[in-house]
Structures are given as C-alpha cells and as structure tokens.
Write a protein that binds this ligand. Structure first.
Ligand SMILES: [Zn+2]
Ligand SMILES: [Zn+2]
Length: 143
C-alpha cells in the first residue's frame, strides 16, 4: 500500500464516494470549492444530523447543523440505508474505529471520527487508474 505524502493533500478529490451497500454519498446541496460534498448521517450524544464533508482529501472542513466539541467521537452512517460506515481499522492516535467512504474499484478514504483528530488515509486498489481520475489539477480548482 503506497504512502501518500502531504503534497497530495487538498489535491485529491473524492468524486464518487459510496456506502458499503452502494448508495452514493455525494450531494450537490452543499459545495466545497465548487465541488459536491460527501454527505453522511452522524450521531453524537444521542442526536443525529446530516453532516457535509469537504470532498478533498486531507481537508477537514465540514458543514452541518450539529455543533461539536473537540474530542467528541461521532458515529457515521449512510443517510440512505443507515448502514454504519465504521471499519475494522483503528486510528493509531485515538484507538477507536475509523470510518470509510468507499471509492469505485475497491479503494476507500478512511478518517478518524473523533473531532479534532486529523487522521485521514487513502487506500487505493488500482493506484494509477484511481489517482489519474481523482487528481485535480489546480487550474480547475480555481474556477
Ligand atoms: Zn447505503
Ligand atoms: Zn484519531
């Protein structure tokens, strides 16, 4: 599995994220830098709400109605079918289960569900093909 460096942060965009059951998690109701957000359902302290995530890898912006405190650990679900997006891999910093957004062809973007933890990783099965599709050239981003 290749290690991605900080150079790629903010340049790779999840354009087609899905839940494990195959529902699209992309929405055009909320945009980040003109790009469709990833939408998930989150639960925190007994409340649930929709949360919109910046689709660019390595960016930790989110929008939503729910307010979080540093250190909150959220549960993340598909808004369509309610399946949990938690995975077996744990965040090495927090020792809790990460959640993942599935990519086409078997890769996934993983993130730590603890607010304030910026652990994020990218697993790609077919690296050349996927990176070719996901890599956003900077001229496009600035449109
Ligand atoms: Zn689903
Ligand atoms: Zn963490």
């Amino acid at each position: 599995m290749p290690e991605f460096t900080d150079k790629l942060k903010g340049k790779i965009r999840v354009g087609n994220g899905k839940c494990p059951a195959g529902h699209s998690l992309m929405t055009d109701k909320v945009l980040f830098d003109g790009q469709r957000a990833i939408v998930v359902k989150v639960k925190n302290k007994g409340h649930s709400s929709l949360l919109y995530l910046n689709p660019f890898y390595g960016k930790f912006e989110y929008k939503g109605e729910m307010k979080f405190e540093h250190g909150d650990v959220i549960e993340v679900f598909c808004p369509e079918c309610g399946v949990s997006l938690a995975i077996d891999d744990t965040c090495h910093l927090c020792d809790i289960a990460m959640f993942a957004v599935q990519l086409p062809d078997g890769g996934q973007v993983e993130a730590c569900p603890k607010i304030g933890c910026h652990r994020h990783s990218l697993k790609i099965v077919d690296v050349d093909e996927q990176l070719g599709r996901m890599y956003v050239d900077e001229t496009k981003v600035q449109m």
